[in-house]
Design a protein around this ligand. Structure first.
Ligand code: PEP
Ligand code: MG
Length: 569
């Protein structure tokens, strides 16, 4: 029994058995239920059959062309049927109920140790072949196409992974898994955002989690405190759950699981606060609307892109946008594709459109699809990673040209407001100019904090330096809020910062009134916004500016005082 602690990024308690995944190595480990062992054995045999056929095809292709290479694959074919590999793996599945991937890797580790210890250089060379064969076998267990397949079990699983890509989290069947723990990640990573929007409790940044937590171990996870109890016995589990309940955000506040959007939110002294919903993927829309949301403050349209970065064709994009617009009673703010550059690639932000013809063509196609869908509802177009007014002007010209061409072709195109994300420090520092030319601004605090503080938003190692309440951020946010007030431009905040009640109070105190966040964060945000008076929020904003390193502590205490005084009345 032991505890591991990381960063709680999606609230809620999850209990289950560890399902260990090393995504970088395509390595999945869990204990197969007793009545699933036969099915697991056939999965292994089928993979062996497919791998054998592939190797025979490779051998046949090389025969007569490269005889030496062909014989290499002859050796691999022998390994496929070696009793020490698949035979041994079969025993691991049958006798120890390990899943097929785990069994294969364990058998390979043994085999590699034996041939590595043989002292024979020729045999040592064969270690690489063993690995090659095992990768082929594991690949044939169908990892790639279906992502992480969580098997049915008598108990739920808790995923324990080195890292989980957002697309992987989106694919997992969360009716079978109760939550996840990862080694990488941070509060503002897309994976964490997705976990909050799916309502899946999650803890990230647990160093060496996949090594420390054994497959099949019992895991109790608290997505608020970031604490996980591993293999707890009955009495320590009871204690742990009691402590966890006591540590729920700020005393009597409810846990923000799947909060609803019932009607307008007003501060105690009557200031309207708008809370919109961020939408990650189109298939979440029905749930978001069912919880009462009126406006979609941010739809991250890049969720439509394929793994290769390709967009659906114009007509199917248009159909998707129409569907979202027609179903939503209020405004729908659709952000144009905010695709990350290739690893190691350049990130020029929206300026990329000016230098990369492929990106530009993709942007134009999306703009046409958006404009052609606009008559179906109340569309707003939001541009990501704007650096300055030149960017905005460039994009606006392209939008105006597309609208003109569509109208010319007889398509009805209403006027669509065009807004700029403020998520790059250069945009925040020129927000006064942007506010004069954009129809609205939307502050992306996730990237703004990362770029201002030079801390990668996915960087678990440096997560403690990622502080959206850092004085530099407060100054930038105050500047942006004032720019909005002076120019009468609407300014909203769609980054995750608003989902943290301390930060939300400060943002209200700085003059911001519109927010958009993951649906799961609404409950707590509503409680905060409707339980605070503007003068309290302003006081908290002043507190936040006070130069010492206890800011966070003071804010937590101050908010708790305010809320508890209210509750007492
Ligand atoms: C942000 O950067 O704050 C934001 C809302 O955009 P994303 O999280 O999609 O980068
Ligand atoms: Mg961003």
């Amino acid at each position: 029994m032991f505890l591991v602690t990381g960063i709680g990024v999606a609230p809620g308690i999850a209990e289950g058995r560890a399902f260990v995944v090393r995504t970088r190595r395509r390595d999945v480990r869990y204990l197969v239920a007793a009545d699933r062992v036969r099915a697991e054995l056939s999965r292994l045999t089928e993979a062996q059959g497919r791998a054998r056929r592939q190797l025979e095809a490779i051998k046949a292709k090389l025969a007569g062309v490269a005889e030496g290479a062909a014989s290499l694959f002859e050796a691999q074919l022998l390994m496929i049927d070696d009793a020490m590999l698949v035979g041994r793996a079969t025993a691991f599945v049958r006798d120890e109920r390990r899943n097929a991937e785990w069994a294969l890797r364990a058998a390979a580790d043994e085999l590699v140790a034996v041939i590595g210890g043989a002292g024979d250089p020729y045999l040592r060379e064969r270690q690489g072949d063993v690995r090659d064969v095992v990768e082929r076998l594991v690949g044939n267990l169908r990892w790639e196409s279906r992502g992480i397949v969580v098997p049915e079990g008598p108990e739920p699983w808790v995923l324990v992974a080195d890292e989980l890509a957002p697309s992987t989290v989106a694919q997992v069947d969360w009716s079978r898994a109760a939550g996840f723990v990862t080694e990488g990640g941070s509060w503002a990573s897309h994976t964490a955002i997705l976990a909050r929007s799916l309502g899946v409790p999650a803890v990230v940044g647990v160093a060496r989690a996949t090594a420390a937590i054994p497959p099949g171990a019992s895991v109790d996870l608290d997505g608020t405190t970031g604490e996980c109890l591993i293999n707890g016995d009955a009495s320590s589990r009871v204690d742990w759950h009691r402590r966890s309940a006591a540590a729920a955000p700020s005393g009597h506040w409810e846990r923000p699981v799947g909060g609803t959007f019932n009607g307008p939110v007003r501060t105690l002294d009557g200031v309207d606060i708008r809370l919109d919903a961020n939408l990650e993927r189109p298939d979440e829309l029905a749930g978001v609307l069912a919880s009462g949301a009126t406006h979609i403050g941010l739809f991250r349209s890049e969720s439509l892109l394929g793994p290769d970065g390709r967009a659906p064709d114009e007509a199917s994009q248009c159909a998707t946008y129409r569907r979202i617009l027609a179903a939503t009673p209020g405004e729908v703010t659709i952000r144009t594709f905010d695709a990350e550059p290739e690893p190691g690639g350049r990130h020029l932000g929206l300026r990329m459109l000016q230098v990369d013809p492929a990106r530009h063509a993709q942007f134009e196609e999306q703009i046409r699809a958006l404009l052609a869908s606009a008559s179906a509802g109340r569309l707003r177009i939001l541009l990501p990673f704007v650096t300055d007014v030149d960017d905005l002007r460039f994009a606006r010209r392209a939008i105006a040209r597309a609208a003109e061409a569509l109208r010319h072709a007889g398509v009805e195109v209403p006027t669509v407001p065009v807004g700029a994300m403020v998520e790059v420090p250069s945009a925040a520092l020129t927000a006064d100019r942007l506010a004069r030319e954009a129809d609205f601004l939307s502050v992306g605090t996730n990237d703004l904090a990362a770029l201002t503080l030079a801390v990668g938003r996915d960087d678990a190692w440096a997560a403690r330096f990622y502080d959206p309440l850092h004085p530099s951020m407060l100054r930038l946010l105050r500047f942006v809020a004032r720019a909005g007030l002076r120019t009468h431009a609407r300014v909203s905040v769609c980054g995750e910062m608003a989902a943290d009640p301390r930060a939300l109070a400060v943002l209200i105190g700085l003059g911001l009134r519109e927010f958009s966040m993951a649906p799961g964060a609404q409950g707590l945000a509503r409680q905060l916004a409707s339980g605070i008076a503007l003068r309290d929020a302003r006081r908290l904003a002043r507190e936040a500016f006070r130069p010492d390193d206890q800011t966070e502590r003071r804010l937590i205490d101050a908010i708790r005082d305010i809320m508890e005084t209210r509750a007492a009345h």
